[in-house]
Ligand binder design. Structure first.
Ligand code: COA
Length: 247
């Protein structure tokens, strides 16, 4: 589930499904999307903070949920797609606190965040190609822009996990926090929320630039991703995960 709370203009969105390593279900994506969409027009929301549980930010998309889309012609009505679109349209600053594994969309959503804090045990991992899939959330565009082609290839195509330090050096993480990472991220989110909101919104919009290309890329990724769900490579990878689960 997603636990929502508010503090001093910060909407805290805590991923909280520890028994499944915070793997994201359709219901969780819907909650996240609704929170971002509503935040755009709510003056009381000045910043969003994504956080997880000790040792786990998220294991990415729930693989069982994904299997629902195999055999279907597309996934434009999927809650994950609504969430990805909400990330592109989101107008409020985004802060993330990572303490542990951040897999799949847990890695790619960071590219939409304005400030990212990570504990030293954080590992950021995008095993899309190993799953027969392609990177999503606009990461095929944002990744090379943010961390350069070579590192983006290593993370998004080769699927090598990045430690917190490596992610910090790459520019994906602002700060590695030795102590309480949630507290450090919340302090930063509060700092953002205390700034003049109009000036903050205008400045952030300038930094992000035109999001038209990003939006097109997200849609292109979704089309390819949906068709890949029916590929023998992906079916084999998901079956391997489900079989391991039963063993
Ligand atoms: N989707 C669905 N269930 C997941 C999941 C996911 N992405 N990640 C973990 N889980 C479930 C496991 O099936 C297991 O459930 P069970 O207790 O009912 O068997 C539970 O969460 C704990 O996971 P487990 O694999 O036993 O923990 P671990 O510490 O050995 O490994 C991970 C943790 C995250 C490394 C491993 O679960 C994993 O690789 N998950 C898949 C990550 C992935 O490929 N995500 C998709 C990205 S697009």
């Amino acid at each position: 589930m997603i636990r929502k709370s508010s503090e001093d203009g910060v909407q805290i969105l805590r991923l909280d499904r520890p028994e499944k390593k915070n793997a994201l279900t359709g219901a969780m994506y819907t909650d996240l999307a609704e929170a971002l969409e509503a935040g755009n027009t709510d003056d009381n929301v000045r910043c969003h903070l994504f956080c997880g549980r000790p040792e786990v930010f998220t294991a990415g998309n729930d693989i069982g949920d994904f299997l629902q889309y195999a055999g279907r012609s597309g996934m434009s009505d999927a809650p994950v797609v609504r969430f990805l679109r909400a990330l592109v349209c989101n107008e409020k600053p985004l802060v993330a606190a990572l303490d542990g594994i951040a897999i799949g969309v847990g890695a790619t959503l960071l590219m939409h965040c304005d400030m990212v804090f990570a504990s030293p045990r954080t590992v950021i991992h995008s095993p899309f190609v190993d799953l027969g899939l392609v990177p999503e959330a606009g990461s095929s565009l944002l990744g090379p822009r943010q961390i350069g082609h070579a590192r983006a290839f290593e993370l998004l195509c080769l699927g090598r996990p990045f430690s917190a330090r490596k992610a910090e050096m790459a520019g994906l993480v602002n700060e590695v926090v030795e102590g309480d990472v949630d507290a450090a991220a919340l302090a930063c989110a509060r700092e953002i929320a205390a700034k003049p909101p109009e000036a903050m919104a205008l400045s952030r919009r300038l930094l992000r630039g035109d999001t038209g290309q990003l939006s097109e890329r997200v849609e292109e990724e979704i089309r390819i991703f949906a068709s890949r769900l029916n590929s023998p490579e992906t079916i084999a990878a998901f079956q391997a995960f489900m079989t391991k689960k039963k063993a």
